[in-house]
Write a protein that binds this ligand. Structure first.
Ligand SMILES: C[S@@+](CC[C@H](N)C(=O)[O-])C[C@H]1O[C@@H](n2cnc3c(N)ncnc32)[C@H](O)[C@@H]1O
Length: 291
């Protein structure tokens, strides 16, 4: 497991929380504000919050094949619940949960079957119901090793015997190429971008903008596949299927890639096949609880 830091170039006067997000308002900020936009119709909701997001589209390729249509599914840390609403429309029975609901009135208006339970998976008592399946997307990157074990223990307690847990790694693996990107390349690129911005400001004599600085924020943790599988197996959760997807999001964090290389098809293709494949952003796992 590696600690995952993000280096951001921000105005010196801007305050930035550098520690791991804890409260719902910090999570909401990290998710771009959870604004209630795109709720005019179900079609607009899916176009805005599912089809326009590579990460959520990847989830959607894996979820229906590994979740039971007949049983009740609990979604942990559901956030805006784009995949959950898709599943609901497709006939799955999903109960959403999170620290707080996101746009609940709008969600209920579009999707009358929307059910939400305010629940902190790490700290609050388990709800009385036992579920046929649990899903949890883009969450475990927030957990250190001790909390990851707590999470698997609690999920195992929520599942009926033989029930399924479907989750994603929520980040690229703790592997050498991804570590090089996050721990060396991206911080260097941020320092360079920051220096260039300050130099441009000086040249334009727009010192009124204030100088820029690099701030390092603890974003989360990155786990290898084996670590995730081993932590789950300690609680009777046996891996049944896994898939690696989204080979571009991690590369896109590089300004050089995002603004330049990505627009050169042969170079992009080559990088995706080599570097990108070694650092999948979405790694899906389906576990079954021992019967
Ligand atoms: C990165 S968002 C993911 C949201 C959604 N699953 C998705 O994929 O778009 C992480 C979510 O975890 C929720 N969260 C953080 N800590 C939590 C906890 N202890 N219990 C339940 N939810 C939590 C946050 O409120 C936030 O909505």
């Amino acid at each position: 497991m590696k600690r995952w830091y993000k280096s951001e170039v921000v105005p010196k006067r801007q305050s930035l929380n550098r520690t791991l997000d804890q409260s719902f308002s910090e999570h909401r900020h990290a998710m771009g504000g959870y604004e209630c936009v795109g709720y005019e119709s179900a079609a607009q909701f899916f176009a805005t919050h599912l089809d326009a997001s590579p990460r959520h589209l990847c989830y959607q390729k894996f979820l229906p094949a590994h979740l039971p249509k007949a049983g009740r599914i609990l979604s942990i840390a559901s956030g805006r619940a784009a995949n959950e609403m898709r599943l609901l429309v497709d006939g799955y029975r999903v109960v959403c949960s999170d620290l707080e609901p996101v746009c609940p009135d709008e969600a209920r208006r579009l999707f009358p079957g929307y059910e939400f339970m305010k629940w902190d998976v790490l700290n609050e008592p388990l709800p009385p119901e036992r579920f046929d399946a649990v899903m949890c997307l883009s969450f475990i990157y927030l957990l250190d090793e001790e909390r990851l074990r707590t999470f698997f223990g609690r999920v195992s307690g929520l599942l009926k015997p033989g029930g399924m847990l479907v989750l994603d790694s929520a980040g690229s693996p703790d592997a050498w190429l991804a570590n090089l990107l996050h721990n060396v390349y991206l911080p260097c690129e941020a320092w360079l971008a920051c220096g260039l911005k300050n130099a441009m400001n000086l040249l334009r004599q727009s010192g009124s903008n204030g100088s820029m600085v690099v701030r390092r924020k603890h974003h989360g943790y990155r786990y290898g596949d084996r670590e995730i599988v081993a932590a789950a197996s300690g609680y009777g959760l046996k891996v049944e299927a896994a898939a690696h997807m989204d080979f571009e999001t991690e590369l896109t964090r590089s300004r050089l890639y995002h603004h330049g290389v990505r627009h050169l098809p042969p170079v992009r293709h080559g990088l995706l096949l080599t570097v990108g494949r070694a650092m999948p952003y979405v790694r899906m796992f389906a576990f079954r609880r021992a019967a």
